[in-house]
Ligand binder design. Sequence first.
Ligand code: ADP
Ligand code: ZN
Ligand code: ZN
Length: 802
Amino acid sequence: MKYADVAVKCPSYSPFCYAIPPHLNVHIGQAVWVPFGSRIVQGIVVQLGEIPSVNVVKEIDDVATGYPLLSPTQVELVKWISRQYLSSLFDAMALMLPPGFERKLATYFRLSGDQSGLSLLTPEQGEVLHFIEEKGRVSLRELGKKLGVGKAGRITDKLVNLGRVVRFSELEKARVEPKVIPYIKLVASKDDIAGEIARLKTTRAYKQAALLQFLAEESKPLPISEVRKRVNCSLKTIRALGSGHLFSIELVTVRRDPLAHFDIKPMPPVSLAASQQVAWSRIEHNGGKSTVFLLFGVTGSGKTEIYLRALAKTIAEGKRGICLIPEIALTAQTVERFASRFPGRVAVLHSALSLGEQFDEWWWTRRGECDVVIGPRSALFAPQPDLGLIIIDEEHEWTYKQEDKSPRYHARDVALKLAELSGASVILGSATPDVDSFHKARLGEYQLVELKERITSHGYSPLPEVSIVDLREELKAGNTSMFSRRLLSAMKEALIQKEQIILFLNRRGTATFIQCRRCGFVFRCPRCSIALTYHSVEKKLVCHRCHYALLLPVNCPNCLSSRLRFLGIGTQRVEDEVKRFFPQAAVLRWDRDVTRRRYAHEELLSTFRDRKADILIGTQMIAKGLDLPWVTLAGIINADTGLNFPDFRAGERTFQLLCQVAGRAGRGVKVGKVVIQTYSPENYAVQAAAKHDYVGFYDQEINYRQQYSYPPFSRFIRLVYTHTNDKLCQKEAERVSSLLLEKKREEVPDWNLIGPIPAFASRVRGRYRWQIIIRGSNPAQALSDITLPQGWTVDVDPVGMV
Ligand code: ADP
Ligand code: ZN
Ligand code: ZN
């Protein structure tokens, strides 16, 4: 007998062991049906063996797919993710299953083989039994609709207990399937067709004759819809002609290509600049070993060209690649550059595609038909065979961490593991590497490859000159506008020269909070512990945590005064202000409020790139690797928005944002200019960003991390408990904390606790939040043999602490 460990959809960390009946051929990564409790459910095989891991073993019921859905490497990766991020095995598995692979189970009933039981049935039970017999199989849902949910449950329970009915579960019908369309294919010989055309003409069937003529000239199979359009004929004409055995109709599977609307022109490789040549030869002559490179190149240093070369080399060696980008919004730009180098060989995978497109891209990749898959973090789990290279562009971006659901993985760390398991190389690219990555490069774990020169289509160009404006001085000089005198005059000049400007502010909306002038009342979200932001375009107060919104009130609900104060600024307010100062300028705003539609990002970016607008105002989105050659001025409205965040990464985050925004300016002919407005001009992150001095920033930052034993010198696990009742929430947090402390006393481990304390937004969507942080070299140790009840979330290596 052989045995299989199967991951089943449930919160367990471990798989369940089943015997493989001799008639089944089962592989690792395959989907199978297994008995689980009183049901039959679908699971994925993660291990095969000769010895069962438990004494009592049930048998696998059947295979669900004839072939493995996951490769053995992916299965290994699943196990690692589950261990590393303390997530259930199935949650980790779900990352890699094909799109639309249904995970929702429905309960069904069928008659059991043995109906000889003499048990007496009540009329209702008899009726249900009869109903099931008639239909062959019936879902609990259907019975519930007929009888009411409670009753359906009771009666079927009884029938199952009596042995008359078998309960089983099945995944609901697939939500997505391959798209097939009918094609017309000529089957008759040339002579026969010529004869038929002549005959049709004599019988005055001119339409049919024209149709046949067209098909004969095209000679290849064509979709019916296309034929109808091009010949301008009806389905009836086609049918009439079809009865003569001249052609057959065949169903052809077509790929729903997400790049179909792109106009991609093939482009040969450019010749490398000297700086790129040096970097490239370091990567190229690597002796074929799998290596992690940290490509540390200033903004605009031509990193993408290095990625393309590395990929071409990988392909030449018969392997394939995956390229991760930080945002779906930026897919278009990267995809265009990759697709014009490798036409027809690029797949994209992300959640903004239709399910049909995702499905087709997944299977297209799985069949080994594309050289590279591009997408945000989830693209890492594409079933790319013969993986030789993983590229992570803008590797410092926090969007690589999945925070909102389990498994809370970091795509960079998972990529490193995947590369190790599959023997692939990794290129991490950034102008502002994550402190942890740079630390590893310094330790020699990664090969550091540098690009110090900025390249434009006209050769090398210096980085933009940055000036810091102290906003306190502006106030002293009587300037209360959000634009300093220096920024304002730089904007004027750029507009006169017909150059483009970007303005960055890390907050959406118009005013970040509204306060009554008389009693001090502040409008807050009733479900979250944060102030509401005013959005002037929609004339609404909006909660940025839970999207709660209300029309701007006229009066204070507390004292009925109509004198409300609008405090703090957001991107909408910047837009209003720009329009006030420069009524002639064409302005675009790029934030989540305007980019909810599909292709909204693409449209916005191409409008700006085609110079149909002068000024682009945006949030983080504009800090992520955009190449906009006509921008000569970048203005940072307020550099401090992130600095005062209670998080040890606040400095790093601010530095990255400032450098990246500054990096958008001066990527064309003219040297760029950057104005950073701040109330804390002496801050080390602001100072270093103004000098484009990553290494200077890093040296200070790493000292501070070491001094306070923050990552990379320790690791964190963040535990958050949420509950609608604040007292109960606190009590549970304290209970778990004392449990942990007890364990600590017994074991003398190298970890400690921070908290329990209320999380930074202490209430979100009506639920209170308390958190405990475990810090140590191996904090997961603290949680071994502790089971957390529902309501807790576990975040290993969190990117944010609030
Ligand atoms: P990064 O990703 O480092 O910010 P990019 O790869 O976007 O930089 O390159 C910056 C600009 O320089 C792009 O417009 C790109 O087309 C151009 N470029 C890069 N390498 C070369 C080269 N070897 N010759 C000419 N132009 C180049
Ligand atoms: Zn009031
Ligand atoms: Zn809210």
